[in-house]
Write a protein that binds this ligand. Structure first.
Ligand code: CAO
Length: 561
């Protein structure tokens, strides 16, 4: 065992960035890429991953500290030879783990054709050149959602001005302009998934025209062609959908964006956006006092104070706020701050509940034969080292029902204009963890065997409880199953995990008397509830989906059809 000091990696030039969370404690055993710290500046919040596995022996930072590149975070006791192991796995797992574990990303590598100032000041001239601005190294994240465009075609921007805002489950960040110039084309739109190297915009930049610049211009042209459908979208529509998206992601109290919010550009950092989401504030209604009218935290505080003073009907889109009660007046109380996850879940639930017209249908599936089969397979399951609970059967049956009822495997586009039918069947499963509710996603459920599903669901539930899920493992779901069967209850109305359109709730199996035409038979009945978005699915669609699902659970031979 050797001790190694883990330091703050390159923060893209950020200095004195605040530590807002320390994710580990002395004695914790961390895996490579586990989060160690969460840092937040006014531009971005980011998690610092462990560059290798080991045991935390001491921690050098606390919440509230300001840190910069090279500052010590903690000491890690690592097994001898883990370096080779780490670099071997980096080599295998391509760019993602390479950049995730990289302590000093090659920010000054001029050869990648990304945001580098090609040629820099090597050959100054007054000629204009066109540069394609690309997403820089985002710490290994792939397919990160674009949540805001901060500029439009024709805008003049200065180096460092924000071009777009990206947001994943783990972090949100603004991508600044690497040059001063004019935005000649936007190559990305709100809702797109971006990764390192994705083209953002073309900029006309004054200055050097060198061999490398010419190369940049050439590569910019195919990128423009490839993205033609994006830039071909009429500007007003793009603005409207960006506004709708903005409203959806920042306003949980409002069911429709206020007319004033349409098309209004909002300048705010990720921390402010997050706070706004948590409080359900529509940022387009807040006046910014920062540079370029940027909204800063103080503006949000002022807005909330103003709301609190305003008449009740003005708050929360016309809904009177819950009164602030001093509970201590009635007896002893204990105030515990909510975890980040709890707050995020609360905001997501509230947003879904207010935005989606929910309908819930109930049914009982006769799982008597399924349960007999499960019992028969118990020994084999033990030999395989897996637990065969009802969940893999539910996943399999739901996948088949989703395949047969395509609307359930679709999402409404953010602008409400179209339905996006997915040709893959990825299903999320709600997992109750000490830190809060987490929904890992099992991919291609329709293509997996019951054993594979049993193994994968158990593994994901374990990772969820140990807070080891990667963002990618919680994304891309088409439908969710929330099983409270092992806990109890006869039925509940689950809230849809938007933008999915339906969710299956599973309650506790019970033996019930079922009439077979001659008499009552004791049957094992599984209570199911199906909540669906009534904008997308009507009662008849739901009845068909539900009946097929229950039939497959009642006779699992149907899963083979
Ligand atoms: N009825 C009766 N028993 C059930 C059952 C049901 N519907 N579903 C599972 N069980 C049994 C299992 O068979 C197992 O029993 P045995 O050990 O005798 O086989 C036992 O309950 C425990 O199962 P489990 O919870 O370990 O595994 P699972 O596959 O059923 O569920 C998971 C996994 C991750 C979904 C579950 O552990 C969990 O976290 N559920 C909570 C989800 C939640 O919080 N939803 C609410 C979201 S909204 O607030």
């Amino acid at each position: 065992m050797t001790k190694e000091t883990i330091k703050i990696p390159d923060l893209g030039g950020g200095e004195g960035v605040e530590v807002i969370e320390v994710c580990v404690a002395v004695g914790d055993v961390v895996e490579q890429e586990d989060s160690l710290l969460v840092l937040e500046s006014d531009k971005a919040s980011m998690e610092v991953p462990a560059p290798k596995s080991g045991k935390v022996v001491s921690i050098a930072v606390s919440v509230g500290d300001s840190v910069s590149e090279g500052d010590a975070i903690l000491e890690l006791e690592v097994a001898e030879g883990s370096d080779e192991a780490a670099s071997e796995s980096e080599a295998e797992s391509a760019p993602e783990s390479e950049s995730a574990s990289e302590q000093t990303p090659a920010a000054d590598d001029d050869t990648d054709g990304g945001n580098d100032r090609a040629g820099d000041a090597q050959s100054e001239s007054t000629a204009e050149r066109t540069e394609t601005v690309k997403v820089p190294d985002v710490g290994g994240g792939e397919g990160i959602e674009v949540i805001e465009l901060c500029v439009a075609e024709g805008d003049e921007v200065s180096e460092g001005d924000s071009l777009i805002v990206l947001e994943s489950d783990k972090a949100s960040m603004e991508v600044p302009a690497p040059f001063t110039g004019v935005v000649s084309a936007m190559l990305i739109k709100v809702g797109d998934a971006a990764s390192e190297g994705t083209a953002i915009a073309e900029m006309r930049v004054a200055g050097a025209t060198s061999a490398s610049d010419a190369k940049v211009e050439q590569t910019a042209q195919p990128a423009e062609k490839a993205d033609a459908p994006v830039s071909a979208e009429p500007e007003p529509k793009r603005e409207a959908s960006a506004a709708a998206r903005e409203s959806a992601s920042t306003s949980v109290n409002s069911t429709s964006p206020a007319p004033a919010a349409q098309g209004k550009q909002v300048y705010a950092g990720p921390a402010v956006r997050k706070l706004a989401r948590e409080f359900g504030i529509d940022l387009s209604k807040v006046s910014g006092t920062g540079p370029r009218k940027r909204i800063v935290k103080e503006d949000l505080h002022a807005y909330v104070k103003q709301l609190a003073k305003a008449p009740a009907a003005a708050a929360g889109g016309g809904i009177a706020p819950i009164p602030d009660v001093d509970f201590a007046k009635f007896g002893e109380v204990d105030i515990q701050p909510l975890s980040k996850l709890d707050k995020l879940t609360a905001a997501n639930m509230h947003r879904s509940w207010l935005n989606l017209p929910h309908v819930t249908q109930f049914d009982d599936a006769d799982v008597t034969e399924l349960e007999d089969f499960r019992r028969e397979m118990k020994k084999e399951a033990e030999q395989r080292g897996v637990k065969l609970t009802p969940l893999p059967f539910l996943l399999k049956a739901a996948a088949a029902a989703l395949r047969a009822n395509a609307k359930f495997n679709a999402s409404l586009s953010a602008d409400g204009e179209s339905l996006v039918y997915k040709h893959y069947v990825h299903i999320g499963m709600a997992v109750d963890t000490p830190a809060g509710l987490v929904v890992p996603v099992i991919r291609d459920v329709d293509k997996k065997s019951l054993w594979e599903l049993a193994e994968e669901s158990a593994e994901l539930a374990k990772k969820a409880r140990e807070r080891k899920l990667k963002p990618a493992e919680m994304q891309g779901g088409c439908f969710t199953i929330s099983s409270l069967g092992s806990i109890g209850g006869t039925g509940f109305t689950p809230i849809i995990n938007a933008p999915e359109v339906a969710i299956l709730g599973v309650s506790k199996l019970a033996v019930k008397p079922v009439w077979d035409g001659d008499g009552f038979q004791p049957r094992k009945m599984l209570p199911l509830s199906l909540s669906y978005d009534h904008r997308v699915i009507n009662g008849a669609d739901a009845g068909k989906f539900f009946t097929e699902l229950a039939q497959m659970l009642a006779d699992i031979r149907r899963l083979l059809l």
